[in-house]
Ligand binder design. Structure first.
Ligand SMILES: [Zn+2]
Length: 341
């Protein structure tokens, strides 16, 4: 019976989402054909185990997961259940929860504030931007929560990744206090370092969020990844490799795969670099990986900024925005390891 319920639920979800904007194309599809689902069949509710709703001080919580966590369709609630209170009627949870639901929170986006600690708090709490969490640089053990995880915070702005846009709708944002960058005489951006205790805080916080909402590695991203023409944060000083190696957070390439691609790339890279068809191939690879980018066949400003954002994240030793053999090898290794579904 559980299986039947599940199929009906997922079928309905897939169907009802087709008319919506910003729908992920890789939404989970049931293996069983939709026609086999029988929406007309009455469900004997008695067979379904009663979910446990806890009540504390008149506020209800539900923390039991009935769905398959591997499908990211989840019935658990990590906060209080918000219900209507219509005058003259009683909202009951006799049939709660439906299986066909998932978390709003499908991305984790990391930022730096480009401001000192006190100013970061003022800007993120009193003005037109915010984040769910703010990680200070004062060396204590506190992490500031500024917005309920169930609400949208205004941290991403105009943004896109793979098939998704406007990522404020589907993400948790973490701001990290850091002064950002200054430009040297040659125009190179020089970025401020993060302290070790900040990184430990960010990692612990990110691990908790990613685990609870089953956020995939491909959706743990920099603000610069989802808005490469506008943003640099958290920049090349942010240790993505450390997060991957020590906390199993986010994406990183396999060294062997990178070396194999590098050997191939180095053979004729300077010749291919000026070939428009190669530029098109690179742009397609960046787009396939997740970046929002027009396929112009030119090393235009948007493409350079996108390469720079990619380098901040995956090749931070040199972030000049120029596609070189190593950057190209890393991009190919990542596309091989994390293919778009
Ligand atoms: Zn940002």
């Amino acid at each position: 019976m559980r299986k039947t319920l599940y199929i009906i639920g997922l079928s309905t979800f897939v169907f009802s989402c087709t008319s919506q904007q910003n729908v992920k194309k890789n939404t989970y599809k049931p293996k069983t054909p939709v026609s086999q689902a029988k929406p007309g069949v009455k469900t004997p509710v008695a067979e379904t185990p009663k979910p446990k709703i806890t009540n504390e001080h008149g506020v209800e919580f539900f923390t039991t997961n009935l769905a398959d966590p591997a499908k990211n369709d989840n019935t658990a609630s990590y906060g209080s259940i918000v219900s209507a209170k219509p005058i003259g009627y009683k909202v009951v949870k006799t049939y709660f929860p439906a299986i066909a639901q998932n978390f709003r929170q499908r991305y984790l986006i990391l930022h730096y504030t480009a401001l000192p600690d006190d100013k970061s708090i003022t800007v993120l709490t009193q003005q037109g931007v915010s984040s769910h969490y703010l990680v200070n640089n004062t060396g204590d053990n506190e992490i500031y929560q500024l917005v309920d995880e169930n609400k949208r915070s205004y941290h991403a702005g105009v943004s896109a990744w793979r098939n998704d846009k406007n990522l404020n709708d589907t993400s948790i944002g973490i701001e990290i206090v850091n002064t950002g960058y200054t430009s040297d005489a040659a125009g190179k951006k020089i970025f401020a370092a993060f302290s070790d205790d900040q990184i430990r805080k960010v990692a612990a916080l990110a691990k908790d969020i990613v685990t609870r909402y089953q956020i995939p590695a491909t959706n743990v991203l920099a603000h610069a990844d989802i808005a490469p023409t506008r943003k640099q944060d958290p920049g090349p000083m942010f240790p993505w490799k450390k997060l991957y190696d020590e906390y199993q957070l986010g994406m990183w390439y396999d060294e062997t795969a990178k070396q194999n691609f590098l050997t191939l790339a180095q053979a004729d890279f300077s010749v291919r670099y000026i070939d428009p068809s190669f530029i098109f191939v690179v742009q397609t690879a960046l787009q396939k990986f997740g970046y929002y980018l027009d396929l112009s066949g030119k090393w235009d400003d948007a493409t350079k900024k996108t390469i720079e954002a990619f380098q901040y994240h995956f090749r931070p030793q040199n972030y000049d925005g120029i596609m070189d053999a190593e950057t190209w090898a890393i991009l190919q290794a990542l596309n091989q390891k994390y293919p778009a579904k």
